[in-house]
Unconditional design. Structure first.
Length: 279
């Protein structure tokens, strides 16, 4: 077992998101945002600016005319989308793996990206903000990376327990560590100062009680993660599909043909985003 206070202490010692991203996130909450100043701040980091332009011109946003400057990206995509792009670039570079763990990190991020894409595709059907849905999906399992990097010996015991008992990962975490990645991820989301709705979605995406209407962001991320697992997009040999609560599935107002379109949209966006975001 791991002392929860030790986990909290480790989370508190982790670096915050880059200062530029934190400042831009805070500025985007203002009512009088200067688009030129925002573009200038992004342009100060040439690598980040290049990544923003690459993502802005992807099929993910479906812009008809090519975007060639950060200023144009801010004007065309809007502040919410730019915030998502900045956050995405920062989150996916926030943890690094040694050579031995590179494959597992890739599998982790492939599932995270799949969940984020699925959440964003489903969000309009549930009247939820698409950009928040994408960010929450990308973050939902981030606690796994905290546990893997900060408690590597103990987490090997988790993986051994899961294999021996053929259990879900979260079940193995609770059995071995006494704490699960959702709780740890929630603490990291708070440390990184994400909105409460995203923090709640990260911490609650393994809960069972999603009978309420309309579906919240937390329920959407739970569903998106299960769908991503079912589509087997992580590339992991140990892929497990958690049980899908019937009430959660029924909460999405989609016909069979509507779901087929959702799956097609996920497939169309997933590979391109992986190529741009993964090393």
């Amino acid at each position: 077992m791991i002392d929860p206070s030790a986990v909290s202490a480790r989370v508190g010692e982790l670096p915050c998101l880059p200062q530029l991203v934190m400042e831009l996130q805070q500025s985007m909450q203002s009512d009088d945002i200067d688009a030129h100043a925002l573009a200038a701040r992004i342009t100060l980091d040439s690598a980040l600016a290049a990544k923003i332009l690459q993502l802005a011109n992807s099929s993910f946003y479906g812009v008809s005319n090519r975007i060639t400057t950060v200023q144009q990206a801010v004007s065309v995509l809007g502040f919410h989308s730019i915030r998502t792009l900045l956050t995405t670039c920062s989150i996916t570079s926030s943890f690094t793996a040694d050579e031995a763990g590179a494959r597992h990190f890739t599998e982790f991020w492939r599932h995270a990206i799949a969940t984020a894409v699925c959440a964003r595709v489903l969000a309009p059907h549930l009247a939820l903000p698409a950009e928040n849905a994408f960010t929450a999906g990308l973050l939902h399992d981030i606690g796994i990376l905290v546990l893997v990097t900060e408690f590597p010996v103990e987490y090997q015991q988790v993986l051994a327990y899961r294999k021996a008992h053929d259990s879900l990962l979260i079940t193995a975490e609770l059995a071995v560590l006494g704490i699960d990645h959702a709780r740890v991820g929630c603490a990291l989301a708070a440390h990184w100062r994400f909105p409460a709705a995203i923090e709640d979605a990260v911490g609650g995406h393994h809960q069972d009680g999603f009978a309420g209407q309309p579906l919240t962001l937390t329920g959407l991320i739970c569903l998106a993660s299960i769908v991503a697992h079912a589509l087997d997009l992580s590339g992991s040999d140990a892929e497990q599909v958690p049980p899908l609560p019937l009430l959660l599935w029924q909460a999405v107002p989609l016909s069979d043909s509507g779901w087929q379109q959702v799956f097609a949209d996920i497939d169309a966006l997933f590979d391109e985003l992986c190529q741009m975001l993964l090393p």
